[in-house]
Ligand binder design. Structure first.
Ligand SMILES: C[S@@+](CC[C@H](N)C(=O)[O-])C[C@H]1O[C@@H](n2cnc3c(N)ncnc32)[C@H](O)[C@@H]1O
Length: 399
């Protein structure tokens, strides 16, 4: 059994994990914070590297009633790297549901940690209990204190639900340093024209489930965030297109920078094209997946309902034309993963009517959460605090 500590946009995080593990899983627990799955053994480090929306993941070692918390110390002891000169260990506590009784856990963890330290001392092993003011340890604290080095340290995760708890051992964490480098290190980051977070770009690619040897196209490539992430994930055939030459230059600059770092040989093509004519430049039925954040309207969000409705009508027109083109160039059964803006005004949300407008007989709508009991009807939305435009993620499969 494996646990996944989910990012802020947890619905997307769950969708991403379920897309990657495909059909081979059973859900043990699912909530805003945590997903626990029964699934075949897999390489946890490798999996974490692929994910855009998971903070950490690992293996569940036991599940017991809350009343038996004190019984885990022998198990904890057996999971420590006992051959190390000095052992580092720490605990992160996450509630599975909001109602999980976390109150006594600080004291329980303190008692347990002191007991472990004492037991280790008796065996002449020095140790350090890594504690933090927060109930859970951040990736920064984990890294600084050697908890990510299996030969020296362990981060234990306690996942608490109403009557029981799970004990897990973290195997991999989001690599915040690498992510910062590849995000902020890019030569072209046009903040003003709105940047797609790289983690979200990676998540979109994972939602597409596209095979590594297929061609990925972003027809609104901007500065190339999606294409850069695709290269990071190991895709080697990519096409970027945009109506704006400056945007194409930005993509070129970013991809050249990236491939200089990674030394990957990429089959990479850039096209100056209006999406509404893109089939003139790309052979029919050749593309494995279209993954894109399209034009979302002017930077300044519309200030009245009338303006929002006009913009929605314009964007719907552009996107529907784009889908006619996408059908021509996509391989059979290939997918489009597309961001659709959701406008917010006075606590009201305005969605584009894409799901209804895109012809049902030509496209199937894919729901990556279809196996989730709790969240299968929840839209895939990405947003950050204070954002006036949210992003809805839609997945269509060519029939
Ligand atoms: C929201 S931005 C994409 C940003 C991109 N995801 C990135 O990470 O930089 C939308 C892009 O669509 C391009 N665009 C607008 N209308 C277009 C059209 N009709 N056909 C193709 N590209 C278009 C714009 O030039 C802009 O670069």
């Amino acid at each position: 059994m494996y646990f996944f500590i989910l990012g802020h946009n947890f619905i997307l995080s769950i969708g991403e994990i379920m897309s990657l593990v495909k059909k081979n899983f059973e859900i043990e627990e699912e909530s805003k914070n945590v997903l626990i799955l029964k699934c075949p053994v897999f390489d946890l480090n490798d999996f974490q590297k692929k994910l855009g929306g998971t903070i950490k993941l690992g293996e569940i070692k036991t599940c017991l009633p809350l009343t038996q918390f004190s019984k885990i110390s022998p198990l904890i002891f057996s999971l420590l790297p006992l051959t190390a000169k000095k052992i580092y260990f720490g605990f992160s506590i996450y509630p599975i549901e909001e109602t999980a009784p976390l109150k006594n856990f600080n004291q329980l963890i303190k008692d347990l940690s002191l007991k472990i330290k004492k037991d280790l001392k008796e065996k002449n092993i020095s140790s350090r209990w890594v504690a933090s003011k927060e109930p859970s340890l951040s990736s920064v604290v984990v890294k600084k204190n050697n908890l990510d080095k299996p030969e020296k340290g362990v981060e234990f995760v306690i996942l608490v639900s109403k009557n029981k708890f799970y004990l897990g051992k973290t195997a991999a964490w989001q690599d915040f340093e690498k992510e910062k480098y590849f995000d902020f290190g890019r030569p072209s980051r046009p903040i003003k024209s709105g940047l797609l977070p790289p983690k979200l770009a990676r998540l979109l690619i994972n939602l597409s489930q596209v095979e590594k040897d297929e061609i990925i196209l972003d027809p609104f490539c901007g500065s190339g965030t999606i294409l850069s992430e695709a290269i990071g994930l190991g895709y080697k055939k990519i096409i970027g297109a945009d109506i704006n030459k400056k945007a194409l230059n930005r993509t070129k600059e970013n991809i050249n920078w990236l491939t200089r770092q990674t030394k990957e040989k990429i089959n990479f093509q850039l096209l100056l094209s209006d999406v509404q004519n893109i089939s003139k430049k790309i052979p029919s039925s050749s593309i494995g997946a279209i993954i894109t954040e399209p034009y979302l309207g002017p930077l300044k969000t519309p200030s009245s309902e009338t303006k929002i409705l006009y913009l929605i009508s314009d964007l719907s027109h552009l996107y529907l034309n784009a889908f006619k083109e996408f059908r021509k160039i996509l391989k059979p059964k290939a997918k489009v993963v597309i961001i659709s803006p959701v406008f917010l005004l006075k606590n009201k949300k305005y969605f584009l009517p894409l799901k209804d407008k895109i012809k049902k007989q030509e496209w199937e709508i894919i729901n990556p959460l279809k196996n989730s009991k709790k969240f299968n009807n929840v839209p895939l939305i990405y947003h950050q605090p204070d954002q006036k435009i949210w992003r809805e993620i839609l997945i269509f499969q060519k029939i």
